[in-house]
Design a protein around this ligand. Structure first.
Ligand SMILES: C[S@@+](CC[C@H](N)C(=O)[O-])C[C@H]1O[C@@H](n2cnc3c(N)ncnc32)[C@H](O)[C@@H]1O
Length: 367
């Protein structure tokens, strides 16, 4: 006899939706598991830190945000020091990154007076934390980039794009088909099924159309349209953006959809809404979307290279000099974790999107 499993409220809701309307796209599953207004992962609790599900770069070392703050100050100057600057962060988490960015960038004379802080965040609990962490800068909150007033802008997004929903497609002997999420009663669980109809190959990234049978292609349409919108914004009013995340600088076949709970990989179809769901970011596709929006987009660089070019070692030494011995060792260890190719240095990539005449971007190749 099958063992009865407990479906949480969101799983029950998804099961009924599938029973009514048939299998749903992976993007729909992901969007609901992360963002359902009542049961979505980001609607409750604090997923960060040792006690939570994952740790992000700004939670590892203050140096990460400080270097990005320095980048923003240099860019603001290169933009001609506009009197009003929209400093935008997508998915600010606990507000830690922006605190460090602002502390460093405020050393630049006039920057603090020019800045208007705009945070794109859907989680009510995290909005509360961000409000407390950044109250001195009176942030405005938005659900989407489109809601942020137009004007010269600098935008930062760290580990944001990996949480945007993806669709998956499988290369079968009969062409490409979308992988949809269905519910199997025996045993009761969510699982993949293939769409009944073929996906036109124009919908598959050009470099993957002839991939071998069995290959998986992933596409984040919200990620591509947001990148395009960022590019159009910086071209219209001036500015630049930095996208930092785990992913690949080239479009690759392969399944990267994953779930993490309590710092361990977890079944992405178990207890939807109770664990983080992400996919690796296709930086080549984002770069192409941004170039199509008219922006200057140098090739993405690995995070280790980017932070090293911005001077992570010198900043770590400076902090360590003022610290006690054990604390100094921890400062160096944290910075090493951000840049070491075996840790976050290569897995994480950095993409810049800039107004067309801002060609000298710190941390990127200018050739
Ligand atoms: C993994 S956390 C990264 C937090 C932070 N950037 C950091 O580096 O610590 C993802 C953040 O994006 C927010 N988020 C996820 N999906 C979102 C969406 N579709 N719209 C707005 N915010 C979203 C989450 O609530 C959270 O603040």
């Amino acid at each position: 006899m099958e063992k009865a499993i407990h479906l949480n409220a969101l799983a029950e809701l998804l099961r009924r939706r599938i029973a009514r309307g048939g299998p749903i796209s992976l993007a729909e599953y992901m969007a609901l598991a992360l963002g359902h207004p009542e049961h979505g992962y980001y609607q409750h609790g604090d997923p960060f830190g040792v006690e939570g599900d994952f740790v992000t770069a700004p939670e590892i070392s203050q140096v990460f945000g400080e270097l990005l703050g320095g980048w923003c100050a240099v860019l603001w100057e290169a933009m001609g020091q506009p009197q009003t600057l929209r400093l935008i962060e997508a998915g600010p988490g606990r507000g830690t990154l922006m605190q460090d960015v602002l502390r460093a960038a405020s050393h630049k004379s006039g920057f603090r007076e020019a800045l208007q802080l705009h945070l794109i965040e859907t989680s009510p609990g995290l909005r509360d934390q961000q409000k407390r962490a950044l109250q001195a800068f009176r942030p405005s909150f938005h659900a989407h980039l489109d809601d942020v007033p137009e004007g010269p802008s600098l935008l930062l997004a760290n580990e944001f794009f990996d949480s945007l929903p993806i669709r998956q497609f499988a290369r079968t002997t009969d062409g490409w088909r979308e992988r949809l999420v269905t519910f199997s009663e025996t045993p009761p669980a969510f699982c993949f099924t293939l769409a009944a109809t073929r996906t036109p190959s124009q919908q598959i990234p050009a470099g993957l159309r002839d991939a071998p049978i069995g290959s998986i292609a992933e596409i984040s349409l919200p990620g591509l349209s947001l990148t395009h919108a960022i590019a159009e914004r910086v071209c219209r009013h001036g500015g630049a953006a930095l996208i930092l995340d785990y992913g690949s600088p080239v479009t690759k076949a392969g399944e990267t959809f994953q779930s993490v709970r309590g710092h361990r990989f977890h079944d992405p179809f178990a207890q939807p809404g109770e664990a983080d769901l992400t996919a690796h970011v296709d930086f080549a596709a984002l770069a192409e979307a941004a170039r199509a929006g008219g922006a200057h987009v140098p090739p993405p660089v690995p995070q280790g290279v980017f932070l090293s070019r911005l001077g992570i070692k010198a900043r770590a030494d400076q902090l360590a000099q003022k610290a006690a011995t054990t604390e100094a060792a921890a400062i160096h260890a944290a910075c090493r974790r951000l840049i070491d190719p075996e840790e976050m240095g290569t897995l994480f990539q950095v993409l810049a999107i800039a107004q067309p005449d801002l060609v000298a971007l710190p941390g990127f190749d200018t050739t």
